[in-house]
Design a protein around this ligand. Structure first.
Ligand code: HEC
Length: 134
């Protein structure tokens, strides 16, 4: 047991910097996230395809634009709660695509609402490419 106790500070010395490094690696910008999704998909994003994807419906009543508007530079409005949603275009909102966790969470939720499934990596890359055109 004594030996284990001695391992704790060693573990801390190794783990803490790794965790800090990890959080830096996670912090991203829109382009880095687009590239990561492109890599996952093995395909290059297309902003026009992203625009079509964003503005059309996918079998349900809602499109992405229902809440975010078709103009991602303006404040959207949640179609149910009426709550304002800050612009999605990263050049109009610095918070966008700065946290992988946040982005993944909202893609998951929003895609399920609109497509009744999760978005694929290339769909996510296309949407980001579209949002980066502003
Ligand atoms: C029912 C309303 C609604 C619909 C439909 C919707 N969203 Fe959202 N979306 C939200 C809300 C609410 C947030 C979180 C609030 C915020 O970030 O300002 C959000 C956040 C996001 C984010 C922010 C991620 C980040 O990193 O900040 C992205 C990207 C996004 N939505 C994409 C989409 C896409 C793509 C679709 C279509 C498949 C879509 N949304 C459809 C309501 C919606």
């Amino acid at each position: 047991m004594k030996k284990l106790g001695a391992l704790v500070p060693i573990a801390l010395v190794l783990i803490v910097p790794a965790a800090i490094w990890g959080s830096y690696a996670m912090a991203a910008d829109a382009y880095q996230m687009q590239q990561a999704y492109e890599k996952q998909a093995g395909q290059t994003a297309n902003s026009q395809r992203g625009q079509v994807f964003f503005t059309k419906t996918h079998g349900g009543d809602w499109s992405c634009a229902t809440c975010h508007t078709a103009k991602p530079t303006v404040t959207g409005k949640h179609t149910i709660t009426g709550r304002p949603i800050d612009p999605l275009a990263p050049s109009f909102n610095k918070e966008r695509f700065s946290s992988e966790r946040q982005t993944e969470k909202w893609f998951r939720r929003n895609c399920k609402d609109v497509l009744q499934r999760e978005c694929t990596a290339i769909e996510k890359a296309d949407v980001i490419a579209f949002l980066r055109t502003f």
